[in-house]
Write a protein that binds this ligand. Sequence first.
Ligand code: 4NP
Length: 166
Amino acid sequence: MKPYRILCVCLGNICRSPTAEEVLRSIMYQHHLNVVIDSAGTSNYHPNASPDSRSQAHAKRRGYDLSQLKARQIQIKDWYYFDLILAMDLNNLEHLKQLQQKAILSAQQPQTVATLALMTEHDASQQKQPIADPYYGGKDGFEQVLNQCESASHAWATYFKQQHIG
Ligand code: 4NP
């Protein structure tokens, strides 16, 4: 069976979305869900950069290895390859809505364009809260990103099982 394809997206692709990618991958694996996961940024601020060293350090303490990931900007063709694109915050969501419209307009088959949602969409404990940008803040921000990504990923696992996805 073809895996369900998910792209996690934030602004820089060096803090939140690589964390979301690795946490989601780990939790999907725990739930035996057949998914492939990648991440990207709406910006091209850090092309080919490794995740922020603070994100890597906080993630490592919980057993997530971000060291092999490299930042990239989202491309129009991602809308045709992925099934689901997850925005980390409301700015990302607005930017992605515009890109999704572009992808629909230039699609040969509009139904093949990825669905767009917030990372926290199905997590009742977060009520569609954004994953806050930790870049200019302190350590708590990086822990908060991990807490939010873990909780949101469990909620996606429950949702995918209900919907028979993956
Ligand atoms: P991210 O965090 O979107 O979670 O990767 C940021 C990374 C870099 C910048 C902003 C946010 N920046 O302005 O360079």
